[in-house]
Every structure is written in C-alpha cells, then in structure tokens.
Design a protein around this ligand. Structure first.
Ligand code: ZN
Length: 491
C-alpha cells in the first residue's frame, strides 16, 4: 500500500474512487489487462452480497445450478440480436494444446490442435442454458422452471475500472421459463423488485427502476428493466437488470412443451442478473474522503475494538478488551479485536476508517477503570462514552442507526439531484451544471434519444412506473409524449 492519501472527491471523483478501493484493500489490477484481483476484504463483501441475495433468490423458488463456461460459437449466433450485441467483446478459444518450440526453450500453440468449432467464453449464459432446457422441458408439468447460476463472465472490455467495468466479473444470472407471457412478465417485475429491495435492505441505497429504451435493452430481449442508482457525482450506475425474453430464445433453441390439450407450444422466458458492479456502486454511494463507508448489513467486520495500551498495562487492557469482544459477539457477528502491538492506535484508527468498518470501539486505561468504552461511528464520526452494562444494546442500536442514516442519505441525494425539465436548453444546462438525473418527456423516437446523447452525453436510464402517462412535449423534438423518462450520464 502506498503512503499517498486519498484524493478528495472535489479534486477528482474518478481518482478518489480508485484510491478508496486501493486503501480499503478491495481489489487491485492483475497482470492480465482489464482483469482485477479481488482481495480478501473485497471478496468478503461479495460473499455477504451473495448470502443475502441467494436467500432472496431461493425464496422465489429458483434453484442454483452450474453450466459450462464455454459456449459453441454456433449457439451464440442462433439468436441474431444476441450475437450482434456480444460479438465485439468475445473471448474465443480456438486451440486446445501447446507444444514445445523448435529451440526447446518455450511453448507455443500447437497448430494441429485447432478446434473444429470455436468456443466462446461465456459473456452470459442464455444460449448454453437454453440448449439444455430444451431437453428438460417436455410438458406443461415441467413449468415454471427457475434456475439461478453464480458464475464468472467474460466481456472483452478495452476501457476498464475495478468493479465497474472489467473484462472478467462475477455475477448471478437467473433464468426462468413459463407457460404464459403474463407469468413471464410477472417474473421480470418480481426479479426487478427483488433487486430494489436488496439495494434498500442491504446496500442502504434508494434507486429508480423501470423499463429501458430499445437502444439500452439486452441483446435478444423483448424488454429490459433496470435498476439505476445515483452516485455522489450525480452519475447513474445500473446495477441490476431483468429481461423479458419473450419467445425469442425458446424458438431458436427448440424449447417446446406439450400443453394440457396435447398441442406443442413455445414457452416464455426471462433472465435477470446482478454483478460485482454492485460493489462499485456501494463504494461510490456511501464513501467519503477518509475512505470506504460500509452499511452494517454488508460489512465484513461490523465492529472493531481498538485497545490503547502501553507495555505496563498491555495485558490488563487486552484482557478487558477480550471480555468486551466476548460480550458483543453473543449477539453481533463479526466483532474484530485489533490486538496488534507493532502499530500505534492512531494507525489502527486510520486503517479501519479507510476500510469502512461501521463502528469503532476504543478501550484504554481510563475506559477500563470506568468500566466502559468509547464508541465512534464511521458515518458521522460521532464519539460517545458508554458503560459496559447496556453496551450490546447500544452498539446494536448504533449499527441500525448507521444503516438507516446511510439509506436516508442515498434517498435524499436521489431526490435532491433529480430535476424535471421542459425543453432541450434546460436539459443541456442541467447536465452542464447540475450533474444529476433529469426527468423529461420523450416521444420514444430513437433519433431524439441519439441526439440528446450526442449533445449532452446523457442517455435514457429508465421509464419508472410513475413516469407512464405523464403528458408533455418531447424534450428534443417537441412532439406529444405521454412518457416521462429518466436521463443521466452513466457509468
Ligand atoms: Zn422526440
């Protein structure tokens, strides 16, 4: 870790983001360009995300399974829009063997090992899964089918940023198959709602969510719905999507079921996913110039105890600290005691602050004599003394206050930086100055959307339910419109 401090957000938001990730030891670049190493502390956050979300996914009736990382090229190209959408970012396996070089000093690809059919490293798993689904599904009795997969994905990105955009990332992808379109549409909304609720409960984030425009939808989908969070710089980060696939994939992968009357029908499908991008969203939503700030629900360490001692009272302070840890651990998970004696308490304060641990408890000679501790909140830096008696209750209350405070801040930011605009001048001005989200009527013509993007770099993010039926004039062309869309510059 370098000694350089964290760049303040005011100075450079992108640099601040990279500094927070480095100082909190979440991830680092690898020798493979565009691929990151997720370090233990960053991975522990991902594991907590997985735990919470996996429970919600299973409650919906989905079961976890695992499919191959390789997809035959011919599978990917069966659905025309799908392959078009992913063609430019595919990693392709063409050979399966190496051989010694002529000089015997190294190895090279053996040209005789060329594969008959190239394999794509999965950019998403619709095709490989649905090929299998066509053998699993025979009758109406086999539906609905709900499968979820936790996996890694490769999309060959040139410009990358840790967690936000990397060539390889981790995610979950849910894939469901239904008897009717209505049932599939309900599933699409249910999955979207699950992500919104997960963001609220665990990540302490409020979001906008709704339908994406055609230009922003998933390649091969009839409709895509997305969850959009606002970062502190006013930019949008899409962290979850849910797709209505219609019968597009069912038809090209020959998924058919015999209905109750014996007739063969194509089912209706959905897919939905969230990725390690969520960690990027988490960092950018809550953190400050001192480093990472984590909501307690997702924090790998909820409470850190820092004993302050000298050689002469070391054992006594540590002993008292251990009794505090033992007491708190009865009802709070992940209470860490930092008993290192080769770094100063000040160094420890700084380190755990950068790592975003929600509550720090300081224990020195004075606290020990008084039979108490000092509690410090990461989100507000508020410092209070507390006795031993009701300590667990007070710490639990503090953790839930922090969770609530972070959520409220996120909600306030979202509301205070969303502007309703009436015409294009106003839209341009808002994006030049304000940096936030804009609500504006749009006629639905992709040309207007393209022009807005060209002039402002902002894109349509989503059409929320309450934006449907809002009458006005298209912010670009002035035609009548009854849909108020959310526009933003996006990560
Ligand atoms: Zn228009």
């Amino acid at each position: 870790m370098s000694n350089k401090g964290i760049t303040p957000r005011e100075k450079s938001y992108p640099e601040w983001y990279l500094d927070v990730i480095e100082k909190a030891e979440l991830a680092e670049n690898s020798s493979v360009r565009g691929c990151m190493v997720i370090k233990p502390y960053g991975y522990a956050i991902w594991e907590n995300i997985q735990k919470g979300l996996d429970r919600m996914i299973k409650e919906s009736g989905a079961k976890n399974a695992y499919f191959p990382i390789f997809i035959p090229l011919s599978f990917l190209s069966r659905e025309a829009d799908h392959v078009k959408g992913f063609a430019k970012e595919c990693a392709v396996v063409t050979h399966h063997r190496l051989k010694e070089t002529a000089d015997g000093k190294g190895v090279e690809v053996d040209p005789d090992s060329k594969l008959e059919e190239e394999l794509i490293v999965r950019p998403t798993s619709e095709t490989i899964m649905y090929d299998t689904f066509s053998t699993w599904i025979k009758s109406w009795r086999d539906l609905p089918l709900r499968i979820n997969q936790w996996a890694n994905i490769v999309r060959w990105e040139k410009r990358t940023r840790p967690f936000l955009r990397t060539a390889e990332f981790l995610w979950q992808e849910g894939h469901t198959v239904h008897l009717t379109h209505k049932e599939a549409q309900e599933e699409v909304k249910r999955a979207l709602g699950m992500y919104v609720e997960f963001a609220r409960q665990y990540l302490a984030m409020e979001t906008y969510y709704g339908k994406k425009s055609d230009s922003e939808k998933f390649a091969g989908a009839v409709n895509t719905y997305g969850v959009e969070a606002m970062m502190q710089d006013g930019k949008a980060l899409q962290f979850g999507t849910s797709h209505d696939l219609g019968q597009n994939f069912a038809k090209v992968f020959n998924i058919q079921f015999a209905d109750k009357d014996g007739s063969l029908k194509s089912p209706w499908q959905t897919s939905w996913g969230v990725s390690t991008r969520m960690i990027g969203a988490l960092v950018m939503t809550h953190s400050d110039d001192n480093g990472l700030v984590l909501p307690p629900s997702i924090a790998p360490i909820k409470v850190v105890l820092i004993p302050i001692f000298k050689d002469e009272n070391k054992e006594k302070v540590l002993e008292y600290s251990r009794s505090v840890q033992k007491e708190l651990s009865k009802s709070i998970s992940n209470v860490e005691l930092d008993d290192r004696d080769f770094v100063s308490p000040g160094f420890k304060f700084n380190e755990w602050e950068k790592k975003g641990v929600p509550v720090r408890i300081e224990i020195g000679q004075k606290e020990m004599e008084e039979g108490g501790v000092v509690i410090v909140r990461r989100d507000t830096s508020e410092k209070v003394k507390n006795g031993f008696g009701d300590l667990t209750e007070v710490v639990e209350k503090t953790l839930s206050d922090i969770q609530e405070n972070l959520y409220n801040r996120s909600k306030e930011l979202l509301i205070s930086k969303t502007y309703r605009v009436e015409d294009f001048e106003e839209l341009k001005n808002t994006f030049e100055k304000g940096k936030g989200f804009v609500r504006a009527n749009w006629c639905g013509d992709p040309k207007c959307e393209e022009n807005i993007k060209y002039h402002t770099k902002a894109t349509t993010r989503c059409l929320t339910d309450d934006g449907v039926g809002i009458k006005g004039k298209c912010v670009y062309c002035g035609k009548d419109s009854s849909e108020e869309w959310i526009f933003a510059k996006a990560y």
